[in-house]
Design a protein around this ligand. Structure first.
Ligand SMILES: Nc1ncnc2c1ncn2[C@@H]1O[C@H](COP(=O)(O)OP(=O)(O)OP(=O)(O)O)[C@@H](O)[C@H]1O
Ligand SMILES: [Mg+2]
Length: 200
């Protein structure tokens, strides 16, 4: 049960609390759920970002991308690491998710092998494609930013400090972040690249 009438954001409908793994003996506020998620995510941050992760730890293949979402949200949600079966306002059709994610891992491997982009542009494109696909029921933004940060860390750059409360609609930084994604939707990656390059 949940005692707030305010959804966290557009992509997080209030009735999506089925699959909550927290003890059932109390009512949780959205704030408490978000705190539980943040605690879960902190473990993944420690594992992948405290030192540059090896190719074995972070292989950027299809199975690992799913595993990463499970590692970030698996303490809190049953659907962590599982592809969504429902259509959302953001993201491609759910039946296309597996093939699109597979294609992204192949494109990423190609970009790396052929040095198509520098690491910042690679991270920005990875972030944008991952969140465009929107493989999971929720947590896609946090998962895609984590993916890009792990990529940066593995390739010699420090991760981007996305504000923790980026979810809050009233945060002006969120508008800038969404604007950068929208520009990337139209093929202009400069703003998003600048964010990954720590120069925005
Ligand atoms: N209009 C939009 N166009 C493109 N992408 C969007 C838009 N609105 C939201 N997004 C992306 O989808 C994410 C929200 O999806 P979801 O709720 O699954 O992720 P989250 O991790 O729960 O939230 P957040 O990313 O806000 O922390 C946003 O962070 C952003 O990355
Ligand atoms: Mg959400």
């Amino acid at each position: 049960m949940i005692d707030s009438t305010k959804p966290i954001d557009d992509a997080t409908p209030l009735d999506d609390i089925s699959g909550l793994k927290l003890p059932k003996d109390k009512v949780y506020t959205l704030k408490e759920i978000y705190a539980a998620e943040a605690n879960n995510i902190a473990h993944a941050t420690l594992k992948y970002l405290s030192a540059p992760p090896s190719k074995k730890t972070a292989p950027f293949d299809y199975a690992w991308m799913q595993q990463l979402h499970e590692e970030m949200f698996g303490d809190v949600w049953e659907w962590a690491g599982k592809f969504r079966q429902v259509e959302l306002s953001i993201g491609i059709k759910s039946y296309l998710v597996p093939s699109a994610l597979k294609e992204l891992t192949e494109d990423l491997a190609y970009w790396k092998a052929h040095k198509t982009f520098d690491i910042y542009e690679t991270a920005a494109r990875l972030h944008h494609r991952a969140v465009q696909i929107h493989p999971f029921q929720n947590g896609n933004g946090r998962w895609s930013r984590m993916l890009a940060n792990i990529y940066l860390r593995q390739h010699g750059s420090m991760p981007v400090k996305w504000q923790e409360d980026l979810l809050a609609k009233e945060n002006p930084k969120r508008d800038e972040y969404i604007q950068a994604l929208k520009e990337a939707d139209h093929g202009d990656y400069q703003m998003l690249i600048a964010m990954h390059r720590h120069t925005y």
